[in-house]
Design a binder for this molecule. Structure first.
Ligand code: BGC
Length: 758
């Protein structure tokens, strides 16, 4: 059934809708309101307004006179950011602010484990406390809409359900350990190019069913205490002054009780922003400083509204106990217990895409292993723009292998290619043509020398480990990739290596999809090993050597080619000229910005992103449109095999407020302990509205010993099968026959069963 194409109309509805759906839940933050009444009564207007903007780059003020401490923030999603000068981005160069680098978002998502997301959040919070931070600017939970997205590696998944389960785990982990989260970037920050200007035109059904669920779940189920408003616009309004998003949906519907903080530099007005729900302007005070005081004096903003916004900030200030200055920064931020969590996540995130039997590696005859590729020695904790971790340790893939292999094999390393370098803030210097030509010639010579060394190393080896992929200069905040090909000529190099040694295992350390056309063909085994944190190299070695079975599952689809993916196939992305951006102009290398000036596209408005694929994001698109993929969403092999049998349900017919209880018999038929992620998708057989072919609605990670059988239990609340009715602007049931589809990936359904919804 075709999806309704109502996006433009719905965009209008976004602005005019007057419905409110009061939330039935109560945030724990409300328990401070009596205390806050008393505090507000003692505060001057100036003291109140002073709490609504930055005091420093990562601090907003309290009121010393009343014993209200400043609020201290830190990036970011995958490790506590280093200390910088109070009012600039310049690092202070401390010795003990080196933090644990946790696997980045897509790696965490590849674990398909809310429990690990909890452990991750808890570990991050413990390090944030050691540094005296109150709020961590994380998790980053936007949907991975385009494979080229600059922050795909920070975000979790293309799927709202998987993203939501992990967001809830992460949020609880952080907040149970005394630190507030700041969910970001609310909402629809799905691209980096032009993120500071782009206006997202999205249908309300896709908004509700695809883009908002991770935020909603973290607020409603985990009582998230902070939210960051995104840079972009939604339906014509900046996210930091978007009444629909901030007041009506976030606060009135979901019951969010904490503060909304602007993304850094993302505030655009005073009156509109404070009325529309923004609490704190970061990292300046252009709009919420004197301008706000003046607006109150002119009667454009009531003191009552100021009180309300201050109350929302104070709730978090009172819920999070400040770390006394005398206790913060006494020890090294990165601690062994947290490094262990980084290992645990990394070890379960690595995705084995293909294996014809070469893995696990056999070390019996002390083989010669050629490790080829700059990514084998590349660290991923920093780079790009923004979120980076000055880490105490980062085990690269080559170090991990050497650690774990010891004397059992001979390892020969060759770099193979020159990695893309981070251009930094000075990367924009214009060069004259002669200088450029000379540089180009030198680059070519160097590339050939590196390639020849690699081919030589490969030709005499028993096995080649090609360790390639992207890096943090390729995947970066502030700009999207122009394509998904492996950078630095890696395809050409691996093809030449294959000609001298066909025994190739390829490992890609990337945070986002790559075009696998060449590597998939020439590799006997292929793994995705992410930007995998402090312990990434050790975890990878453990998987390669079979100490543990790989168990990561793709959190996104790997397309055959970029143009197959929905926003590209429909011509919705890229939107036209490079446009403008908040920071990107400072850092984007000229060649990284999509030119998109081909005939036919040049007339397109670079400031509008049409989401006309509606809900057909990620596998929903490929499945529904029957577009072949390279590897499907949810895919990931192990070193064993699992048998799926007897899909059972507790009933055959359900009311729309029932819970569908599902059982599956799972058996490990192999010779080693391994984890299997059982995935349950729902297909509607005879619906009354359009649906994607199928949607993930439950999953469970199970560890089974050799030969062990287990009954896996999954639950699908029928309420989670509702759709957003754009006409009535309500969640509606679609009573129909549904088919439960269970298997190890979206592309490998092993069991099916139909039940009816009444
Ligand atoms: C990013 C945020 C980040 C903030 C502070 C912004 O550029 O979009 O994710 O938290 O900077 O570093």
């Amino acid at each position: 059934m075709p999806m309704k194409r109502t996006f433009a109309l719905a965009a209008l509805a976004l602005l005019t809708a007057g419905f409110a759906f009061p939330s039935s839940r109560t945030s724990a933050l409300l328990r401070y309101d009596r205390q806050i009444d008393a505090l507000l009564g003692r505060m001057t207007l100036e003291e109140k307004v002073n709490m609504l903007h930055a005091k420093h780059m990562f601090v907003s003020a309290g009121v010393e006179r009343l014993g209200i401490a400043d609020l201290k923030y830190a990036d970011g999603p995958f490790g506590v950011r280093e200390e910088m000068e109070p009012d600039s981005w310049t690092p202070l160069g401390w010795q003990n602010d080196k933090a644990t680098f946790f696997p980045t978002g897509s790696a965490l998502a590849a674990t398909w484990s809310p429990e690990l997301a909890y452990a991750y959040g808890a570990a991050l919070a413990r390090e944030a406390r050691l540094r005296g931070k109150d709020m961590i600017l994380a998790p980053a939970i936007n949907i991975q809409r385009i494979p080229t997205g600059g922050r795909t590696y920070e975000y979790l998944s293309e799927d709202p359900f998987l993203s939501a389960r992990l967001s809830v785990g992460y949020t609880r982990g952080v907040q149970d350990n005394g630190v507030a989260v700041c969910l970001k970037h609310f909402a629809l920050n799905n691209q980096e190019n032009n993120r500071g200007m782009v206006d997202v035109i999205v249908g309300e059904r896709a908004l509700r069913e695809i883009y908002l669920p991770p935020f909603r779940a973290a607020v409603e189920e985990a009582d998230a205490w902070g939210v960051m408003a995104a840079y972009n616009k939604v339906a014509g309004k900046w996210c930091a002054e978007n009444d629909l998003l901030l007041n009506r949906i976030l606060r009135d519907e979901w019951g969010f009780a904490g503060p909304v903080i602007s993304d850094w530099g993302g505030t655009h007005s005073t009156v509109d922003a404070i009325r529309s729900g923004l609490n704190i302007e970061m990292p300046g005070k252009q709009f919420f400083g004197k301008a706000l005081l003046d607006a109150v004096a002119r009667g454009e903003v009531s003191e009552e509204l100021v009180n309300r916004r201050v109350r929302e900030v104070l709730r978090v200030r009172l819920a999070v106990k400040p770390v006394p200055d005398s206790e913060a920064n006494r020890v090294m931020t990165s601690q062994p217990a947290q490094q262990k969590v980084a290992y645990d996540v990394a070890a379960r995130s690595i995705v084995l895409l293909k294996n014809d039997g070469v893995l696990p590696l056999q070390l019996k005859n002390r083989p010669l292993i050629a490790v080829i590729g700059a990514n084998a020695i590349q660290t991923m904790a920093t780079g790009g723009l923004g979120a980076g971790v000055k880490t105490l340790v980062e085990i690269t893939p080559l170090e991990g292998l050497k650690n774990r292999v010891g004397e059992r094999a001979r390892i020969r390393f060759a770099q193979g290619y020159e990695p893309v370098q981070y251009a930094g803030f000075g990367g924009f210097r214009k060069k004259d043509p002669a200088e450029l030509e000379k540089e180009e010639r030198e680059k070519e010579l160097r590339a050939e020398t590196l390639a020849l060394e690699a081919i030589e190393a490969a030709s005499g080896a028993d096995v080649v480990l090609f360790i390639g992929g992207n890096n943090r200069a390729v995947e970066t905040e502030g700009s999207d990739r122009r394509d998904i090909f492996l950078p630095s000529g890696q395809d050409g190099l691996i093809a030449r290596i294959a000609a001298v040694n066909p025994n190739i295992v390829t490992i890609l350390t990337s945070g986002a999809p790559n075009d696998l056309g060449v590597v998939n063909r020439v590799s006997k085994a292929l793994l995705l090993s992410w930007f995998n944190g402090s312990e990434g190299g050790n975890a990878l070695a453990d998987v390669l050597l079979g100490t543990i079975s790989p168990s990561g599952r793709l959190p996104f689809t790997l397309p055959v080619k970029l143009e197959d993916s929905p926003a590209y196939a429909l011509g919705n992305y890229p939107q036209g000229g490079p446009g403008s951006d908040v920071f990107a102009s400072l850092v984007a290398r000229a060649e990284a910005a999509p030119t998109a000036q081909e005939p036919g596209k040049s007339a397109r408005d670079p400031n509008r992103a049409y989401y006309s694929e509606e809900s057909l994001v990620g596998y929903r698109w490929f499945d529904t449109r029957k577009v072949p993929v390279m590897y499907p969403f949810g895919h990931g092999l192990t070193y064993t095999s699992f048998e799926y049998a007897r899909l059972g349900t507790d009933r055959t017919s359900y009311h729309t407020d029932d819970v569908i209880r599902v059982t599956i018999e799972l058996k490990n038929r192999g010779k080693m302990t391994a984890d299997e992620v059982v995935q349950l998708y729902v297909h509607r057989v005879d619906p009354s509205v359009g649906w994607p072919e199928k949607e993930l609605k439950a999953f469970a990670r199970n560890t089974l010993r050799p030969g062990e059988s287990r009954t896996v239990r999954l639950e699908v609340p029928a309420a989670s099968l509702r759709y957003w009715n754009e006409g009535t602007r309500t969640w509606n049931d679609d009573p129909c026959m549904i088919e439960l589809r269970v298997g190890p990936s979206a592309g490998d359904i092993r069991l099916k069963k139909r039940v009816s919804l009444r």
